[in-house]
Design a protein around this ligand. Structure first.
Ligand SMILES: Nc1ncnc2c1ncn2[C@@H]1O[C@H](COP(=O)(O)OP(=O)(O)OP(=O)(O)O)[C@@H](O)[C@H]1O
Ligand SMILES: Cc1cn([C@H]2C[C@H](O)[C@@H](COP(=O)(O)O)O2)c(=O)[nH]c1=O
Length: 213
């Protein structure tokens, strides 16, 4: 069995992470020939899920940007210590729906706190622990927002409701990260039929595992 891997999935709102993850998880289990733990950020432990509820709630409208960044980082710390690292120690591959890149994109670029500030607080939170490979689902923000407005009006949360310029800065942040960490981040065109997105993601993970086993 290959070494356990830590994969993260990233993307702006409506990129299709949930749809893709549901489809690719059984394929990843076959590729790594072992058990896979699917988890998410913010969340993945009771404490981090409680922080998630605060972060997503409309009652948190007006939350200070640094408070927001610190809460995401705190949830990440707990998730890493309680869920991710123990699973890897059990030789279980971990797939996380979002990780540190989300903080750089949303708080660093979206909120304008800047790359360095958000990177630094997350170094404290993670002690530098990063995914082996990150799948970034890229698409124009208008396409992603139209998808969620058409399909899940009821579940649109505080961050989804930010204005279009915020979401454009988030995408710019992701594109800049994909450029800076091109060895780790694999960009997938998410503005195509779901089956094609799924096939591209599976191919990328297969290639990565073949080379790194
Ligand atoms: N490639 C695609 N083409 C068209 N529609 C899609 C595609 N991928 C996902 N969708 C639809 O877009 C909506 C959002 O998808 P999904 O919930 O998987 O995205 P997400 O990235 O998890 O969103 P968020 O992070 O904002 O929760 C869903 O209704 C889904 O059916
Ligand atoms: C980890 C993380 C997440 N966010 C934002 C991105 C989304 O708007 C929500 C999470 O919702 P999802 O439906 O589970 O994708 O939180 C963020 O701003 N910063 C972060 O570090």
């Amino acid at each position: 069995m290959p070494a356990p891997f830590f994969f993260s999935f990233e993307g702006p709102e409506g990129a299709g992470k949930t749809s893709v993850l549901t489809a690719v998880l059984p394929e990843i289990e076959k590729i790594v020939a072992g058990p896979v733990l699917l988890t998410r950020e913010p969340g993945g432990t009771p404490i981090a899920e409680a922080i998630r509820n605060i972060l997503k709630s409309d009652e948190s409208t007006g939350m200070d940007a640094r408070t927001e960044a610190l809460l995401f980082a705190a949830a990440r710390r707990q998730h890493l210590q309680e869920t991710i690292l123990p699973a890897l120690a059990r030789k279980q591959t971990v797939v996380s729906d979002r990780y540190l890149d989300s903080s750089i994109a949303y708080q660093g670029y979206g909120r304008g706190l800047g790359y360095e500030t958000v990177w630094d607080i997350n170094q404290f939170a993670t002690e530098g622990f990063m995914p082996d490979m990150t799948i970034y689902l890229d698409l124009p923000v208008e396409v992603g927002l139209a998808r969620i407005q058409a399909n899940r009006q009821d579940k649109i949360d505080r961050l989804d409701k930010e204005d279009i310029d915020f979401h454009k800065r988030v995408r710019e942040g992701y594109l800049s990260l994909a450029d800076r960490f091109s060895d780790r981040i694999k960009t997938i065109n998410a503005d195509q039929a779901l089956d094609q997105v799924i096939a591209d993601v599976i191919d990328s993970i297969k290639q990565y595992v073949e080379v790194h086993s």
